[in-house]
Design a protein around this ligand. Structure first.
Ligand SMILES: [Mg+2]
Length: 196
């Protein structure tokens, strides 16, 4: 039987944060910030954004709808390794926390940057009205593995018994709790070594 992998989009496939910062002169809501300083996936929880939480939430949504978002590049190695995984017989599905209003943009970006590699895309609407858990999607599609950079999502998916790979990022460096099913890895190269 073909094995199914659920793959997160932002920061696992799409180098979103770096491009969003670059396009905004390394400022979020006017506050200077560099990627290495982002110590919380939920940027609005960082002390720098106290009192401007909604603006910080909207920052990435607004950026993703802008023309500049079309220039976002894939994460290093993602395209090559997805091709190898697909050739090896894996079914590759994107499971993203993005909200429904970003669907068209997301499909355009995937068609342009990772053509013919992704079978399906599932949106879990983080911060939206129809929010669902990534673990629900993963169970529904019968995924065997998940590849993610957000520790909370990784923990959620691992807690339903699915082996989850957590891409090491500044915002998950301090989250070391484990269910026994989360494995930290540094790159797409390491991920493919685990899978192939
Ligand atoms: Mg992500």
């Amino acid at each position: 039987m073909r094995k199914i992998i659920g793959i997160d989009l932002d920061e696992v496939l799409s180098e979103t944060v770096e491009h969003a910062l670059k396009a905004n002169d390394y400022k979020i809501c006017g506050i200077p910030i560099r990627k290495e300083q982002i110590n919380d996936y939920y940027i609005f929880r960082m002390k720098e954004f106290e009192g401007m939480q909604q603006e910080a939430v909207d920052f990435f949504g607004d950026f993703l709808l802008s023309e500049k978002a079309k220039e976002i590049k894939p994460v290093d190695g993602a395209y090559e390794k997805l091709k190898e995984l697909k050739s090896a017989g894996y079914t590759l599905n994107v499971v993203t926390a993005r909200r429904d209003f970003l669907k068209d943009r997301t499909y355009e970006w995937l068609d342009k940057n990772l053509p013919s590699l992704i079978s399906d895309v599932y949106f879990t609407n983080s911060f939206g009205d129809n929010q669902i858990k990534k673990s629900e999607v993963i169970k529904k599609i019968g995924a065997d593995y998940m590849f993610e950079d957000n520790f909370e999502y990784a923990f959620d998916v691992a807690s339903v018994g699915v082996k989850t790979f957590l891409l090491e990022k500044p915002w998950n460096a301090n989250q070391t709790e484990n269910t026994g099913l989360i494995k930290r890895i540094a790159s797409w190269n390491e991920f493919s070594l685990e899978m192939l």
